[in-house]
Design a protein around this ligand. Structure first.
Ligand code: NAP
Length: 481
């Protein structure tokens, strides 16, 4: 049965929670595609709701679950990764099945296949690629998308053959969000701190040889518009032998404006961040300090290179313009300058990738939706949903996905009465399809076996874990099936 057929099935009376608050009515069989935070929080919201029973299958194109918690969170932020304890509890539930190493839409299983076997399908695939700057020189050697660099040092299988040469004194990072803070911190952090983390070995070798002593973080707008969270900058400031430099006049001007205008959104938070920047602006570097320079009102216009490698970044000084709705943007002043650098990271955000069989909003880089209901030709496509970054774009922290997923699940439950009266779906059909098509899927117990292998391998080299970075290596470690 296709999704549109199931949607046209006769609707019965809506099911309501039983008096005891236990789920009642027709069981929902749901596929969740993408086992990152948004995927796990969707599973959680589905199995913990009290309106109707639900069985959930969680699909992931890689063998390992956790998405950006495994492949995005910085290796020196291990505490953040402890959210996986809660994900593992979900993975162990009898009403939740995990199918790792199963690519939907791009591989042997199509989106339509899922519609045949599930009542509802939720895509929680995140934003898998980078945004580009669109300036000359962007593809020179030594110019990296932060998204690729991050995936590489975190041992993402798609980046197992990626390389980055850090043997240069000065690097530029374009963009001033939390990813830019992660990169800055890792690049100035003592190697001794990194070698015990779960950073992939190839990346560790590059960091061991790093000669980076200065990082210029380029923000196209001013301190008041900077996207990073103050805590992330604090983590850099606290590192020994590191000086963070900020233009005093820029920060003072924004702080004064903030103090004068209590109507600014998140006024208290912004004021504290600007006060912290103002405090940093008064500090002097000590001899021998590595430097992280926050450079405001500067946009890259071109990367310069020699023999195919980056040698400099040309920037244009900006001024801020505010439109009639109060939104600020950067406008070039025609004043240019070239900074000599041997590395450039563009850290200007993530972007969603289209899934064959699903609509895609190319401008926004997300799946078009209304409150999580996927829109096809501008109308809700029955029984097809999104949650997380592919729904709202690449914003917020891991926890933001919890309320986001719960919101989508609420919409699914509102739509579920349309399924009452239709036959319940069996959970076995999809397993037969996977087997028939020769797909070596990874179950949750399989993943926990891989997890144990990685932790054991890490012990041998004094690391918290040694990730398996290639898919055949992971499948091979599970033995013959
Ligand atoms: P982000 O927060 O959206 O920051 C992107 C930055 O790139 C902004 O400074 C933006 O400036 C700038 N930018 C965009 N296009 C540009 C262009 N063409 N030229 C110059 N600059 C440009 O993105 P992110 O750093 O990738 O982070 C993604 C999400 O993950 C965020 O929600 C972040 O909080 C989260 N995250 C959290 C953590 C953590 O909590 N530890 C760590 C990493 C990431 P404008 O503001 O002017 O657009």
């Amino acid at each position: 049965m296709t999704t549109s057929e199931s949607a046209s099935s006769p609707a019965a009376a809506p099911s309501t929670p039983s008096a005891a608050g236990t789920p009642s009515g027709r069981r929902l069989r749901v596929a969740v595609v993408g086992a990152g935070p948004a995927g796990f929080y969707t599973v959680e919201a589905l199995v913990k709701q009290k309106e109707r029973p639900a069985s959930v299958d969680l699909f992931e194109r890689l063998p390992a679950p956790y998405g950006l918690v495994r492949y995005g969170v910085a290796p020196d932020h291990q505490k953040i990764k402890s959210v996986t304890v809660a994900y593992d509890k979900l993975g162990a539930r009898p009403d939740v099945r995990y199918f790792g190493n199963v690519s939907i839409g791009h591989g042997a299983i199509s989106v339509e296949d899922l519609f045949d076997h599930y009542d509802h399908v939720v895509f929680t695939v995140g934003c898998e690629t980078d945004r580009r700057l669109g300036i000359p020189g962007e593809d020179l050697e030594g110019s990296h998308a932060a998204t690729s660099f991050v995936a590489w040092y975190n041992g993402h299988p798609d980046f197992a053959d990626y390389r980055a040469d850090l043997r240069t004194e000065r690097a530029a990072i374009v963009g001033i969000g939390d990813v830019a803070m992660d990169l800055s911190r890792l690049l100035v952090r003592p190697y001794a701190d990194l070698r015990r983390t779960d950073m992939a070995n190839a990346a560790l070798a590059a960091f061991a040889e790093s000669r980076v002593r200065e990082i210029v973080v380029l923000a196209r707008r001013g301190p008041a518009q900077a996207a990073f969270a103050a805590k992330e900058l604090e983590d850099i400031v606290e590192l020994p032998g590191v000086h963070v430099s900020v233009d005093r006049e820029h920060v003072r001007a924004d702080l004064a404006a903030c103090e004068a205008d209590h109507q600014t959104p998140h006024h208290g938070l912004l004021k504290r961040k600007l006060e912290f920047l103002a405090h940093l602006a008064e500090k002097e570097p000590k001899p021998g300090d590595k430097r992280v320079v926050l450079r405001f009102f500067a946009s890259p216009v071109r990367l310069h290179g020699e023999a195919g490698r980056v040698t400099g970044i040309e920037i244009e000084r900006n001024q801020l313009v505010t439109d009639e709705r109060g939104r600020t943007s950067a406008r070039g002043t025609g004043v240019f300058e070239t900074l000599p650098v041997g590395l450039v990271f563009r850290s200007v955000g993530y972007r969603g990738v289209p899934i064959p069989g699903l609509p895609f909003d190319d401008g926004a880089g997300i799946v078009p939706n209304a409150d999580g209901r996927v829109l096809r030709n501008g109308h809700p496509w029955p029984n097809v949903y999104v949650a997380g970054w592919i729904k709202r774009g690449p914003s917020g922290v891991i926890g933001t996905n919890k309320s986001d997923a719960a919101h989508t699940v609420q919409k699914m439950l509102e739509d579920a009465p349309a399924l009452d009266g239709t036959p319940e779906k069996s959970g076995e059909g999809i397993v037969d399809v996977l087997r028939e098509r020769g797909i070596h899927f990874v179950t949750y117990p399989d993943w926990k076996a891989l997890d144990a292998i990685e932790v054991e391998r890490g012990k041998a080299s004094g690391k918290v874990r040694e990730k398996l970075v290639r898919v055949p290596e992971m499948l091979g470690a599970l033995g013959p099936r």
